[in-house]
Design a binder for this molecule. Structure first.
Ligand code: NAP
Length: 248
């Protein structure tokens, strides 16, 4: 039977690239999205046109009831889950810490951290040999920001991604003997719409000179690392934080 991959936040950007490459690698892909149904449907269509299998599922990863409904839908449709990519994530507009509202901080940590925890928990309940599952692999999308701190821009976002790094290391050890590998990918400056959503559409171009390779990366370059970590080629790799950041 075909292996099943769930990619959160797969309606565009890095998530969409992971979904497409995952389908090319043989997975049936669940394309999760929060709001943009037509974009998620377009990703599904593109996978189907290439001969793959995909289905779109709406769920705001920060809303437990929606995540539970999505996993129930996956159980019903596929009856298995082999791989999870916790990719859904947001930035906010540029601000200093002394300007950040609690409302902003809650949204940042709810989506980027809590959402990752809830989706991983539901995946482990299905994958872990402790729960009768066959094992599996999880990749969390962190950020180079977790190392850099993003002063003057997004210290909240960088802190949330720091939490993802710690989560990856702790969870990897917790489930290592239960057939599940857990790794993270830390992208650097990648050409996606996330920068415009934070009010800086030219961010990659403006900051490319800070990258040793002198350019931004593509969503596909990140997806290659993610799909390798999910694959059997990475069978002895767990608890790794893989930088895909042009040397920065
Ligand atoms: P993007 O282009 O803004 O896409 C974000 C995706 O996440 C969309 O598909 C969006 O779906 C979905 N999403 C947002 N909030 C969600 C929620 N609450 N529940 C479910 N899905 C949600 O972002 P990206 O650049 O591809 O980033 C993907 C991941 O890489 C994020 O975790 C980000 O932090 C990380 N990252 C990106 C960069 C970069 O330079 N681009 C660098 C380092 C790390 P809808 O449109 O349907 O809402």
């Amino acid at each position: 039977m075909q292996k099943v991959l769930l990619v959160t936040g797969a309606s565009r950007g890095i998530g969409a690239a992971v979904a497409v490459l995952g389908a090319r690698s043989g997975y049936a892909v669940v394309v999760n999205y929060a709001a943009n149904r037509s974009a998620a449907d377009a990703v599904v269509r593109s996978i189907e046109q290439q001969g793959g299998t995909a289905v779109a599922f709406q769920a705001d990863v920060a809303q437990e009831d929606q995540v539970l409904a999505m996993f129930a839908g996956i159980d019903q449709r596929f009856g298995r889950l082999d791989a999870l990519v916790n990719n859904a994530g947001v930035v906010d507009v540029v601000a200093r810490v002394d300007e950040m509202s609690v409302q902003r901080l809650r949204r940042m940590f709810d989506i980027n951290v809590l959402g990752t925890f809830i989706c991983a928990r539901e995946a482990i309940l299905r994958m872990s040999t402790r729960h009768g599952g066959p094992g599996g692999a999880i990749v969390n999308i962190s950020s180079a920001a977790a190392r850099l701190g993003s002063p003057g821009q997004y210290v909240d976002y960088a802190s949330a991604k720091g939490a993802i790094d710690a989560f990856t290391m702790g969870l990897a050890k917790e489930v290592a003997a239960e057939g599940i590998r857990v790794n993270a990918v830390r992208p650097g400056l990648i050409e996606t719409e996330i920068h415009a959503s934070g009010g800086l559409p030219d961010r990659v171009r403006d900051l490319a000179h800070l990258v040793p390779m002198k350019r931004g990366g593509s969503a596909e370059e990140v997806a290659q690392a993610v799909i390798w970590l999910l694959s059997d080629a990475a069978s002895y790799t767990t608890m790794s934080l893989v930088d895909v950041s042009g040397g920065r």
